[in-house]
Design a protein around this ligand. Sequence first.
Ligand code: HEM
Length: 182
Amino acid sequence: MLGIVFSEFVDMVEASFSADMVDDILDDTGFETDGAYSTVGAYDHQELVGLVVALSKRTGISIDDLVQTFGQHLMVRFAERYRFFFEGVTDFFDFLKSVDNQIHVEVRKLYPVAELPRFVVRDINPTTVVMEYHSSRSFENLARGLIEGAADYFNQPVSISMETKKEATDQKFTEFTITTLP
Ligand code: HEM
């Protein structure tokens, strides 16, 4: 996982809790990196999971909630940092459809070591899409937070439900049903 994701996580913990909390969870996990994440570096995604677990233990907030909130935060930061992916896009569903075949494709060009999920988006009706999240990393709550963050960015009230499904190969994936609300 890219260093930019770790730095954003550390920034969020500092802003939402404190700099001491950042030090504490780094101490709890004892990873060698010790918070010195280079924005151009890449680290084991399990290290992020470890930091979230430590934060959950110290705050009593569930891991799923922390990861989801981080997804919302990350979308705000992506919109600031990578403005060009958002320019000219006015429709929330068009944006969701562009993640797999445009945005993440460009992300891979910028960062060849990026570990990206795969998405399949299908229209159900004019107000509902289904978005399948496929990844070996099980960051479905991060995906959910990113989708919520994107809905906020487009000022689009939504309801989102998620369901775990299985491929024919037994591999799990998550299906998000996303409905725009008036
Ligand atoms: C609703 C829109 C989006 C969703 C649901 C989404 C979802 C995700 C998820 C879940 C991951 C974690 C990796 C994994 O699960 O396998 C990820 C990674 C990433 N995404 Fe997206 N993404 C979205 C839009 C964007 C946008 C707009 C950017 C802007 C540049 C972006 C850039 C990245 C980057 C840099 C990573 C990290 C890759 C790594 O650490 O190796 N994504 N995305």
